[in-house]
Each structure stands twice: as structure tokens, then as C-alpha cells.
Design a protein around this ligand. Sequence first.
Ligand SMILES: *Cc1c(COP(=O)(O)O)cnc(C)c1O
Length: 407
Amino acid sequence: MTDSTRTEADAGANARDQRGSRHKDTLIGHAARDPVRFSGMVNPPVFRGSTVLFEDTATYEGRDPDDYKVVRYGVHGTPTTFAFEAAVAELEGGHAAVAVPSGLAAITAALSAYAKQGSHLLVTDTAYGPTRNFCDKRLASWGVDVEYYDPAIGSGIDALIRPQTCAVYCEAPGSMTFEMQDIPAIAAAAHAKGVPVLADNTWGTPYFFRAFDHGVDVSIHAGTKYIAGHSDTLIGAIVTNQANWLPVRRSVADLGMCVSPDDCWLALRGLRTIGVRMRHQMESALTVARFLDAHPRVSRVLFPALENDPGHALWKRDFDGAASLFGVVLKPATDASVVAMIDSLKLFGIGSSWGGYESLAIRAKMITRTATPWRPEGPMVRIHVGLEHPGDLVDDLEQGLSLLSMQ
Ligand SMILES: *Cc1c(COP(=O)(O)O)cnc(C)c1O
């Protein structure tokens, strides 16, 4: 099939896969499959095991502690784990990936690989709340100087880098406020001073943001979200380039993190359909977001995929698509009426996490900022759009919004 006959289903600027002649949709279906090893079965089985037996003492004692691609002890992975890791790494275009128990575990293990006593860590002011908590509670107590920076800093990050800076941590768009970051500009400035760039790429996913093409050295995923995709699994993944593989992989091993083969299996199954789910959910999210943006009780929608979002140009330049998660700033309304609105929704569940097949709505209340102010003009709601028909979702929101009473 030539490029001209391929249907162009992807939105965004960089729809084509630049890593080879095949489209990423083809890649996800074929990555990390080895039926010859598994009696012809399309998918790898769930390998359960702690002890792995060796042929003799010499082989056992000759194990290479840094070879994380051989089966040597359950903690370091099974063929099921390796299949999931290889598929994620291949989709994102990284050197290798390691599976960890949750998205937060991916963050803490990755940061632990770099943050040492006396070092300085630059973290975006829009980082996921528990990331901030880990930095302020754990890293600070380990003697790490954590400094939060303006997410819009771009190449200006250069002025904040010190000789002790161990890493720059990004998240684009940021949690709750969905502010974009110029990751290539940040990475260029950081790399000029030899500082690695870590990014929480949960929103972008390995499918819609090819972190390594944009200067990221370590890409962090809450696989719990779109990768697993069905609200039934907690898992994380850290993907790295070659230079950063061993520090990150050793950190995961030192912390004793490992994932059940069942969860790896579920996450790999989810990954196979991430393309169709995400493209569909993105289209529905745009429909819902445009409806909200035009609604008289809504002040603005925080969604870089919308043309009027301040981060739209960066998103369009760097991303192949958008997650179906965005924020809504309402016009000033009473707290009680916002609660009544959310509680009245029939199709939007109230709960943490996102990236599943079902829609969710919560208030976005606790937003901690220290580097730059965030003063929304009204109450904020976070919406996740699932696989339901967007027309039904719009109807549900329409009746909910009618309950808002202005202050
Ligand atoms: C949910 C989330 C995480 C954490 O993932 P868990 O698997 O729930 O620990 C990390 N980063 C972002 C941006 C998230 O939204």
C-alpha cells in the first residue's frame, strides 16, 4: 500500500509514522508477537512464576544483573511482561520499556533514578498532583531541591538550570489545567547543558505523542488510562532512549517494583486497540468540547485540540491527536449548583482516573501552583469522554448545565 492510498484517519499534524514504511496502526497489531514460541497462539500466555531454574551452577552464577531481557527471576519480568514492554517501546519509538505497578510508580521510579541528595530538580508547575506530593514529601526529605517552573517557559528553562540540576520534568498538557509545553524547546535547552528530560506522557500516550521524536529521554505512562483502556487494570510503563535505559531500569529493580503477568496481559490486550479507541474518543471529545465551548454557562474549555485554545499551535505541531480528557471553566456559579449539575448526569460517572471506555465528570478543585498563578474565573469541571455516542453525552450535559445557578 502506498502513502496515497492509505486512509488518513489521524487528526493533527504528524499523522504518518516516520519510523519506517509502516503506519503505526499496523505496528500496534504486529509489535512483540511471537506465535512460533507459543504453540501458534496469536497472543502470549500469562506466565506465572517467581523461581526460574537454570541448567547448572555456572549458568546461574553467570547471570548478568544488567540484562533485563532474559527471564531470570519473576521480579525482573516474564515473557508476558516482556511482550507488553516491547510493544509499548516499539509504538512510542523508544529503546526499551519497563512495566511498573501504576502510573504513579512509573513517576516515582523514574524520578528516583535521577534525584540524589544535593541535586536540583526542575518540575513543571502543572504536574499531576501526586507527582508534586512525591517531590515535596519524599524527594525533599531525601535532600533534593525541587523547583517548580512555569509550564510555558520553553527555552527559558535555560536560566533555571544549575550545575546540580539532575533532570527537567515535563507534562504536556498539564494535569487539570491542560496547559501545553514546548517540549522540543525545553529539551534543546536542557540537552545543551547535559540535563535529561523526563515527561509524563499519559495524556499523549505512545500513540498520539512520539516523545522521543521531540527530545524526551524518559517517557512516563499511566498505562492504567488509555493503554489498558477498560478501567480494569493498574499499570505503569517507563520508556527510555538508549542512554537512559540502565539508570531507569536499575531504579525500578532497586525499588523492587514488578507487575503481575495478568496485568501485563490485560494492558497488552488494551494496547492493541488504542488506535481505534483514541481516534474515536478524540472525535467525540471534540464534539462535546465544542458544544460546551459555545454554551452560555461555560466560560472556556481547556483542551489544546480546540482551535481557540492557547496551546493549540503547539499541540498541532507536536501531537498526532488528543486524549478525550479536558477541563471546563464555568461562568461563576454556586458550589451547590455545580455539585447538583455533576450529580444529575446519567452518563458521566463520578470518580478518579480516565482513559477507559466510559465517560466521567468531576470537579477540578484542588490545584496547587507555586511558580505561576492559576485563577480560573469560575468553578472547574474535568470531563472524560468515553465511547458512548457524543449526541447522548451532549444531551446529558445540556440538562446538567441547566441546573447551574449563577452567583
Ligand atoms: C492517572 C495519572 C497518573 C497515575 O496513574 P495511576 O496508574 O493511577 O497511578 C500519572 N500521571 C497522570 C498525568 C495521570 O493522569
